[in-house]
Design a protein around this ligand. Structure first.
Ligand code: K1U
Ligand code: ZN
Length: 164
């Protein structure tokens, strides 16, 4: 039975830890992925990185479907920005920064490599929201947050609001 995990909130310093590569594709990895997916659904999110639940390994869960029945798991994801990319803006949210949405500009064409929960390798050029969401989630694994893309003044205002 999956469990709901606590999501770290900005400005918790643990959100700045750089996640380690996954080397063991075992039952405990599957259990964590299943708890993260349950937590993401409970919080109405479309993605969640292990860093956000205080687990510092390179694991991401996602579901971009309207029916919330197409879970995706990304282990050790890496992306390269394609030469023919443009920059595109999207109003992003973050479960670690509740009540805050911001237009973030990111490259719109990437090549993505990852492993699944069994350790099999995959490579794809994703489209649409997946391109945006995976960059947001990989930022979490690097200890980077949406607020790092905005002005220090605005970031400080959010920090004060969420520290109360
Ligand atoms: O990683 C997270 O904090 C989850 C985050 C993922 C995300 C949303 C939007 C753009 C990039 C990454 C969320 O799920 S926020 C909540 C949400 O469901 C949502 C917010 C804005 C647009 C679409 C969905
Ligand atoms: Zn986030």
């Amino acid at each position: 039975m999956a469990q709901k995990l606590k999501i770290l909130k900005f400005p918790d310093p643990k959100l700045r830890i750089v996640a380690k590569k996954v080397t063991k594709f075992d039952k405990s990895l599957q259990n964590l992925a299943s708890d993260m997916l349950y937590t993401m659904y409970e919080e109405n999110g479309i993605g969640l990185a292990a860093t956000q639940v205080d687990e510092h390994i390179r694991l991401i869960v996602m579901d971009l479907s309207d029916e919330r029945d197409k879970p995706m798991f990304f282990v050790n994801p890496v992306y390269k920005i394609l030469d023919n990319h443009s920059m595109a803006s999207f109003e992003e949210g973050c479960l670690s920064i509740p009540g805050f949405n911001e237009e973030i500009t990111r490259p719109d064409k990437i090549n993505l490599t990852w492993q699944d929960l069994e350790g099999n390798s995959h490579n794809e050029e994703p489209e649409g929201l997946l391109t945006i969401c995976i960059q947001h989630e990989i930022d979490h694994l690097e200890g980077k947050l949406m607020v790092d893309y905005i002005s220090p003044i605005k970031r400080d205002r959010i920090r004060k609001k969420l520290s109360k």
